[in-house]
Design a protein around this ligand. Structure first.
Ligand code: ADP
Ligand code: GLC
Length: 476
């Protein structure tokens, strides 16, 4: 049995701001069947501390980056959690990343360096008789794990993997923090974690981990190009032999239209009708001749929803409707609130898990016009629920949707619509195509059936991770 410590800043259902949490929350369950025992190290934010039932203290540290800390072991929601209780770092209300002013907490470098430090300690010392063979670090928040392992003498005894969920976030710190972050000044070079005169936690992980993965094969290839690498494309090219793209899956129990408690359950596309009627009623949308399109998203530059605002009038002119659930950038929130003055546009600003299920079940199509998308999960929910994805041809969106080209329609395998380049003009064209496909009822029904048949679970990817864990497990 391979023993793996997963280290992340989010993990569903305990704490989530995006898909990272879904993935770290689902991976342990998916790996269990393959002979991998995975425990997850997570910061003890207030919500996490509240969710802990009976927990055992398995490690203590009187001075973890400025205050006392301990690691608590507990089983929560079926997950074997190791929670880093460090009140001076995590006992704060509000966002896990941002202070009340909407900016990163100024001590974010220390907050997540501490997480990585404790992960490395667990790698070297073990907790309560358990020692991981492999540490699987996620994103910049766990980026210093290889450096700390090295400092603690654990290199070669613990394998390391870093998964890039989003290369846009680098975890930068001022070089004046080298000592505070307990980093080796000798590693502050371009071959180490120096990035344009700053310390980069992500680059530390990219340079230091035995193997790198990202969450789709296409994003793995994109990362080596300057349009997508966010300044780290050279590093990615340097490490290309150690980089693989492994697609995310989704939780097929939580996203099962036949059993979903939030919706009127169904097993064939016809069963969507009741959900569509309920969704229209809930959103106050009238009947319409075109498709009811849904969006469930963080409202940020990445997601390309400003392009949707540009394409909206054309889409509405064809009888389509839009229902959007999201939050983020205040300017985008306002723009969508304004757009909702049209009776065929409904907007909910906020975060609502149950509503997201009702929208996927009730929508005809789900729109994901992202400028870049490492994997993307909502298009996978759409496929599973027979809700046709219209997506930008990038990252995981390129890898999971079969575009309704004449060829794909000809052999009956299309599951959605893709557009490229990621511009408002190309999006308009794709929306036109979506409306034409929707008007052709037999073709639409065939695409829905194809979508619902497409595998979107973890089976294949879990096997790929299991192989990778074996590959990096040091020989004993
Ligand atoms: P990202 O991680 O970049 O935000 P993903 O598509 O990988 O994108 O994952 C987003 C996750 O967050 C999905 O599970 C999606 O359903 C969920 N989500 C995003 N915004 C909302 C919202 N406003 N309400 C409910 N769920 C949301
Ligand atoms: C990131 C990416 C998203 C991906 C998720 C989980 O948040 O933006 O595309 O699905 O991580 O890997």
């Amino acid at each position: 049995m391979t023993q793996v410590l997963s280290v992340a800043s989010e993990c569903a259902p305990l704490v989530k701001t995006g898909g990272l949490a879904d993935v770290t929350g689902a991976l342990p369950g998916a790996m269990a069947a393959l002979g991998v025992r995975m425990r997850t190290l997570l910061p003890g934010y207030p919500a996490v501390m509240r969710a802990l039932g009976d927990a055992a203290e398995v490690m203590a540290d009187p001075d973890l980056f400025g205050g006392p800390a301990r690691v608590l072991a507990a089983k929560v929601a079926g997950l074997e959690m190791l929670v880093l209780d460090a009140p001076h770092l995590y006992a704060r209300d509000g966002s896990i990343y941002l202070g009340p002013d909407g900016r990163d907490w100024p001590d974010n470098p220390e907050r997540f360096a501490a997480l990585s430090w404790v992960a490395a300690r667990i790698g070297v010392e073990g907790v309560a008789g358990w020692t991981p063979d492999v540490i699987h670090a996620h994103d910049w928040q766990a980026g210093f794990v290889p450096d700390y392992l090295h400092i603690m003498g654990g290199t070669g005894r613990t394998g390391t993997i870093l998964t890039i969920h989003n290369i846009a976030f680098h975890g930068l710190a001022d070089p004046g923090k080298l000592a505070t972050l307990r980093l080796k000044p000798a590693r502050y070079t371009s071959d180490g974690f120096e990035f344009w005169g700053r310390i980069s936690a992500l680059k530390a992980g990219l340079m230091g981990a035995d193997r790198l993965t990202t969450v789709s094969p296409t994003y793995a290839a994109e990362l080596m190009r300057d349009e997508f690498g966010m300044g780290l494309d050279g590093v990615m090219r340097h490490r290309r032999a150690h980089l693989t793209g492994i697609l995310n899956g989704i939780d097929e129990d939580a996203w099962n239209a036949a059993t979903d408690p939030a919706i009127t359950t169904y097993t064939t596309p016809a069963g969507k009708a009741a959900n569509k009627a309920a969704l229209r009623a809930a959103f106050g949308l009238p009947d319409a001749r075109g498709p009811l399109c849904v969006v469930i998203s963080r409202l940020t530059e990445q997601k390309g929803l400003d392009l949707l605002l540009d394409a909206l009038p054309g889409m509405l002119a064809q009888g389509a409707q839009l229902a959007l659930l999201g939050s983020g950038d205040p300017a985008l929130e306002d723009a969508f609130r304004n757009a909702a003055r049209d009776s065929n546009v409904a907007v909910r600003i906020g975060y609502d898990e149950a509503l997201s299920h009702r929208m996927i079940a009730g929508g005809d199509a789900i729109l994901v016009p992202s400028r870049f998308e490492p994997c993307g999960l909502t298009q996978l929910y759409g496929l599973r629920y027979g809700t046709i994805p219209l997506v930008a041809l990038t990252g995981g969106l390129a890898d999971t949707v079969i575009h309704a080209s004449p060829a794909a329609l000809g052999v009956g395998v299309a599951t959605g619509v893709q557009f490229h380049p990621v511009t408002a003009e190309a999006l308009r064209g794709a929306l036109d195509q979506l409306c034409r496909l929707y008007a052709d009822a037999p073709t639409w029904a065939a695409m829905q059936a194809n979508a619902m048949r497409q595998p979107v679970g973890w089976a294949q990817s879990a096997a790929a991770y299991a192989q990778l864990y074996r590959d990096v497990t040091p020989a004993t």
